[in-house]
Design a protein around this ligand. Structure first.
Ligand code: HAM
Length: 417
């Protein structure tokens, strides 16, 4: 074992997995940029206070934050998510609204690591500030849904809920607390603790002991104001208009405190239930004000890249990795020819690699095979003297040919087209 290993909950993403990772972000970027979202790149750490707004009673803030003081005594934290950063950026720069932003990058939470749950994990996401329109909620939810389809992932379930207006949510939370208090002795010790911090989170309990009491809990729908009910009805109507299937889940409270009204989650079918949320989001109309800005409605989602890629692997979404290069140059004359030929071939827009250290023909041909290249370009002393190269197809049944050195790139282009 080497002296240093990645620390728990972090990992190296190597080829070919890294290629899937990039493809994921590329597909997402194409989709959301075509829908009017611009890229935002917030810093990976900022003032701890920005993230405390995620909720004093959430695990993300109380147990999982990588918080630290720098040498100047500033209280900082590695971002556990990016919504708070994007809203802080909105408040700081005040761009015209509606402001539509997308992002991609790592986040940090000190969780118990397991398959699909890491301490450094990547998300892609979108946020829109400054528009309060139920059909915007639908656009946002639909973009996530269309993204999974574009990626080729099929087994995704959309869960939908509304937490009502803040007043509705407060009355509901009080009713929930009363219900759980009345059944306190029957609740698991963990849920009794959760109840003290945040009664809503007890609904998330997966413990068998809690199942009956959770099932008998009051329903949020009975607490909606007229405005919240109308907003939620319009969201459902819009999803219906776009033929996007959803499952109403009144227990979907999400793990962060800033949500109001619409919340949603995309669930995968192949991962363990504790890790099956592929992505999620909702409205957070109070967050901008909370961060010192003007009252501004907001909505967005974040999708977990690592986790979704696991689901893609389970479904066999990605075929074999694409060939790394088109052309492999084998040079037994010292390597100077290979240096020039790869440079020229790359400049012509083709993908080219070569062997180093002037190895034997046999060893270089092995490397050519391993590279996955379709064509080998061979230079030996005979070719060098004649001003030619030998072009040998490595796949299919094409014939090997001597080609004048100055016609190489046009010849390769023809072969590869
Ligand atoms: P979240 O539900 O905490 O929401 O995270 C969104 C997604 O990130 C999850 O569904 C999951 O796929 C992935 N994820 C979260 N934690 C981990 C982890 N430890 N390891 C691997 N993947 C993980 C948010 O972060 C909100 N900012 C979403 C949002 C955007 N709401 C409004 N706008």
């Amino acid at each position: 074992m080497s002296a240093f290993q990645t620390s728990p909950g972090t990992r190296d993403i190597l080829p070919p997995e890294s290629a899937r990772f990039r493809r994921f972000v590329d597909v997402f970027a194409d989709l959301v940029e075509a829908a009017g979202y611009g890229l935002i790149i917030p810093p990976m750490f900022e003032d701890l206070g920005v993230f405390q707004r995620l909720g004093e009673a959430t695990d993300v803030v109380t147990k999982e934050m990588y918080a630290f003081a720098d040498r100047g005594g500033r209280q900082l934290a590695l971002r556990p998510e990016q919504t708070a950063s994007v809203v802080r950026a909105f408040v700081q720069h005040r761009p015209p609204t509606p402001w539509k932003a997308w992002y991609a990058g790592p986040n940090f939470r000190q969780e118990r690591a397991q398959r699909g749950r890491y301490r450094q994990f990547d998300q892609v996401g979108i946020e829109i500030l400054g528009a309060d329109d139920p059909y915007l909620d639908v656009e946002v939810i639909a973009l996530g849904w269309r993204f999974y389809a574009a990626l080729g992932l099929r087994q995704v379930t959309l869960l939908l809920n509304s937490l009502g207006e803040p007043d509705d949510r407060a009355r509901y939370t009080a009713a929930l607390a009363a219900h759980f208090e009345a059944n306190l002795d029957a609740l698991s010790a963990e849920s009794q603790q959760t109840l003290q911090r945040n009664p809503l989170r007890v609904l998330d309990s997966k413990r068998a002991q809690d199942a009956e009491i959770v099932a008998g809990a009051p329903h949020i729908a009975d607490f909606y104001s007229d405005a919240a009910a109308a907003h939620f009805a319009a969201v459902q109507d819009g999803l219906g208009a776009l033929d996007i299937p959803f499952v109403l889940d009144s227990k979907l409270v999400r793990g962060l405190d800033y949500y109001r009204r619409t919340t949603f989650e995309y669930q995968g079918a192949t991962l363990d239930s504790a890790q099956n949320a592929l992505g999620g989001g909702g409205r957070y109309d109070g967050l901008a004000e909370d961060l010192g800005g003007p009252a501004t409605p907001g909505i967005g989602f974040a999708l977990g890249v690592d986790r979704t890629l696991l689901a893609c692997d389970d479904e066999g979404v990605f075929g074999p990795p694409p060939h790394a290069v088109d052309v492999f140059v084998v040079d037994t004359t010292g390597g100077r020819e290979a240096l020039m030929i790869t440079d020229e071939v790359r400049a012509a827009g083709l993908r080219a690699d070569r062997a180093y250290e002037n190895r034997s023909m046999k060893s270089q041909m092995k490397a050519a095979d391993r590279s996955g290249a379709a064509i080998a370009v061979l230079v030996g002393s005979d070719e060098l003297a004649a001003g030619t190269v030998t072009v040998r197809p490595l796949r299919g049944d094409g014939e090997q040919r001597a080609v004048p050195r100055n016609e190489l790139t046009s010849h390769l282009r023809k072969l590869l087209s």
